[in-house]
Design a protein around this ligand. Structure first.
Ligand code: ACO
Length: 321
């Protein structure tokens, strides 16, 4: 079977930068509380662009960097929990804008694990010969799901998009995945949809993200290290063989705690949470694109990427660049 390789990356963030001090004028909080508990300093919040707009901009950059003709893309998967519409899917809207007319398109909802689940799905399509070139996007406008009066959550989230193009290849590339879900823990992170309202019933749904932060924190620190160890062992590598760990940017303390549990230097964990906050499914592809742009990631590097969040879900992948 062919290998599957990342051949291009892109990202896009709205221009509007909101600092912790800006939020302190909206809710009872402080730069000191937010920075020390989470590592977040700023986040981007859209002032008009929607989920599709962010996704299209990230996709266009990934397509340019991969040097692929959009007509050669045969699969587009968008990971998001904050689409502009229930239908059409964000992936179909992206397809229209980038003129990738030969693609099959669908969205995946796995919250902050969404990018890894989508990458896993696209990888499987290419491995089994159902696709040759896939565009995988993680995009969120979490500001539309945020309760701006709830200080415990509104300080955490940001808007943004990241994208990768993956293609079949002779070279080694994406090597392995370890993805699991724990639906029995779903109550710890919820966001309602539309009201259940018809001539026979009227049930109002809570439309904003509600999170039991401490439980999600414990879940991440316990399951993600196990997933990382599993993916490395199954690929027959040692933990020392990994050059960088790129985790979902939910909380700097979660990344530090996972580094400690795995006995790995914190320096091997890429962090940009200070600039963008928690962008859910977008955080990993944004980080990947930044690392390529900065020249941090080089051919032959081995990286582990890991997402975790609503569902509850987590997913890990081992990739050779
Ligand atoms: N400013 C000031 N004080 C605050 C704020 C705020 N913004 N928010 C909460 N507080 C107060 C609380 O009211 C509480 O006060 P009390 O002790 O008087 O009751 C105190 O600070 C401590 O609150 P905790 O919730 O216990 O704070 P904690 O240290 O657990 O940090 C946090 C909260 C940052 C949310 C942390 O639990 C966390 O990061 N959890 C993981 C989140 C995560 O990983 N999510 C990933 C998925 S997100 C997704 O899927 C969309």
């Amino acid at each position: 079977m062919k290998n599957v390789k990342i051949v291009g990356t892109g990202s896009y963030l709205p221009n509007n930068i909101i600092s912790n001090n800006d939020l302190a004028s909206l809710v009872d909080t402080s730069d000191e509380w937010i920075s020390s508990r989470t590592g977040i300093k700023n986040r981007r919040i859209t002032t008009g662009e929607g989920t599709t707009d962010l996704a299209v901009n990230a996709a266009k950059k990934a397509i340019v960097s991969s040097n692929i003709n959009p007509m050669d893309i045969d699969l587009i998967i968008v990971a998001t929990i904050s689409p502009d519409n229930f239908t059409p899917s964000t992936s179909c809207e992206v397809q229209k804008e980038i003129e990738a007319d030969n693609a099959m398109c669908f969205d995946i909802n796995a919250a902050c694990s969404g990018f890894i689940y989508s990458l896993n799905t696209a990888y499987a399509y290419i491995k089994t010969g159902f696709a040759k070139n896939a565009l995988v996007i993680g995009v969120e406008v979490l500001s539309r799901l945020t309760d701006w009066e709830d200080r415990s959550s509104c300080v955490l989230f940001g808007d943004g998009a990241g994208a990768v193009v993956i293609s079949e290849s002779e070279e080694i590339g994406i090597e392995n995945f370890h993805c699991k879900s724990l639906g029995k823990l779903s109550e710890n992170l919820k966001c309602g949809g539309t009201d259940l309202k018809n001539p026979y019933v009227s049930k109002i749904t809570d439309k904003y993200i509600k999170m039991n932060g401490q439980e999600v924190f414990k879940f991440a620190c316990s399951y993600v290290p196990k997933g990382i160890k599993a993916v490395i062992e199954e690929s027959q590598y040692e933990i020392e063989d990994i050059d960088y760990f790129i985790l979902h940017q939910a909380n700097e303390r979660i990344m530090d705690s996972i580094a400690k549990r795995l006995k790995i230097s914190k320096d091997k964990f890429y962090k940009n949470i200070a600039s963008y906050g928690n962008t859910s499914s977008a955080s990993i592809p944004i980080a990947l694109d930044e690392m390529f742009d900065k020249g941090i990631l080089k051919q032959g590097h081995k990286i582990v990427i890991a997402g975790f969040g609503g569902g509850l879900t987590y997913g890990v992948s081992l990739i050779t660049i």
